[in-house]
Design a protein around this ligand. Sequence first.
Ligand SMILES: [Zn+2]
Length: 245
Amino acid sequence: MRRRTVPKVRVPGIWQQLWDKWRGEETRVVRFGSTAGLAAPRRAAVIDGANDARIPRELPLLVLRYPRSKAGRRAASTLENAYRHLATVLQPSPLEVYQEILPYLPGAVVVILRQQDPAGCLGHARPEGMESETTRALASEIDTRVGEIDMAWQQIAQWQPQPLASLALDAWAVDEVERRQDQDLRVRVAMLTVLFHEMEHLAFPERPEHEVRRRSDRFYQQVLAATLEERGQVYGMEASPSPGW
Ligand SMILES: [Zn+2]
């Protein structure tokens, strides 16, 4: 019995690590364009009817891994909503913008969501063969290629590659509710932009960053411009440099 008092001093650190490892994470699976989980059936029917033809079946299944916390769940829900729903109604559609890469994407993509990336990157596509153990286990389980992407949700939410467009959105919001909705929309668009940017890296690992970047910047700009245009304001599009991915 006495021996137990010795490890007692050291065990908590070890248990804390295991606790973090085992209990610290949640997972959810998200299918592109799927309306499953939307509360109102009538709305779901409308979305299905309008967009079914535009949704290629080969778009990867996302497996989201995120911290078991309120902020982690919120980030996962934001990305889930963006991939399930927003991506199917955006103008331009990411399916058109990214049409060329779609056939080269893996069957599933594990997205590891973290609050912050220590290096300040918004996202990162792991090179083939450098995926985590669980991703490799999943790939052999479902017998298909599984890609892996890291995304830093707080940095993505703060990222403003087009500060003028964001300001314009803000200026045109009629009230606080609309301002918050715009902010929410902007974050979801930014999440999708980073996701598709990283998926292009998965599809074409050799493609230079500036080329991948040009497409994702353009997608982001066009979506914001279309949103502003709906409100009757024309926004002059120009590329502006933004921090590393
Ligand atoms: Zn990149």
